[in-house]
Ligand binder design. Structure first.
Ligand SMILES: [Zn+2]
Length: 255
């Protein structure tokens, strides 16, 4: 009974975690249950590579009302040997998903830039053909990533955990794209600056679980933390902000 009461406030919320790696979590089922118990009712489950794409689709089959799959090929996972099989799988299964992701460029990893760009370009073309939104990783590659997304003719893109220069953020917004906020809002001045500048109608919220923030491995239930930090930055009550970002997320993913 006490537990019911303590969850009552959260139960009234209808939040969507716009980006979580359920397939990389040790107990994804428990993470979904924990999320539901605090009103995080839906989770966009992103993928890194072939193995995690398969796991993500299986989790979505298991929780059809709560887990919405995105399959992708993360720049950290790209290897010359896996490219062909992974792209084929994505081509064959993207129609079952709400988005392509996580994909993009990362100039801090050792994977060759040329290979990253070649793979990313092919992935963007697949998304354009199937008319799916794209969830973008753009760490230390903000300019090039933005250019490739814009040039590919992508309809909808979210620059996840955007912490890059504000000049590129302005281009992202003018192009009609979105950015997403993570729990790193608690400490990252670059992320704070971007979220402060972006219009609230173009922001999605997420956890990027199970990413570790401080000494805590995150899970989708932690989405309330992202919402709280964003509400301080935007100087807006949490419930009002929750309604806006949930609407944004539904619009973006077509939920
Ligand atoms: Zn991620």
């Amino acid at each position: 009974m006490n537990l019911e009461n303590s969850h009552q406030k959260h139960r009234q919320t209808d939040l969507i975690d716009g980006h979580a790696h359920l397939s990389d979590m040790e107990h994804p089922e428990r993470a979904v249950e924990n999320a539901l118990s605090v009103g995080v009712n839906r989770i966009i489950a992103v993928s890194m590579n072939l193995e995690s794409c398969r796991k993500t689709l299986a989790l979505a089959d298991r929780f059809p009302d709560n887990v919405f799959p995105a399959i992708g090929y993360h720049p950290w996972s790209v290897t010359a040997e896996d490219v062909e099989d992974t792209l084929l799988f994505i081509r064959q299964n993207l129609h079952r998903c709400v988005a392509l992701g996580e994909v993009g460029l990362d100039y801090k990893v050792k994977v060759k830039k040329k290979l990253q760009q070649a793979v990313f370009s092919k992935l963007l073309n697949i998304a354009v053909q199937v008319h799916k939104p794209v969830i973008i990783h753009s760490r230390f590659s903000y300019q090039r990533t933005y250019e490739m997304v814009a040039e590919a003719g992508v309809e909808k893109a979210v620059f996840h955990w955007y912490s890059g220069p504000v000049e590129i953020l302005d281009k992202i917004i003018v192009s009609g794209f979105y950015v997403s906020a993570t729990p790193a809002l608690a400490y990252s001045s670059h992320h704070q600056a971007a979220m402060s500048r972006a219009p609230v109608e173009r922001i999605l919220i997420e956890t990027d679980a199970p990413v570790q923030y401080g000494d805590h491995f995150s899970q989708p239930a932690d989405l309330h933390g992202t919402l709280l930090h964003l509400s301080r930055i935007k100087n807006m009550p949490e419930d009002q902000l929750a309604a806006i970002v949930t609407k944004n997320t539904k619009r973006f993913f077509g939920l």
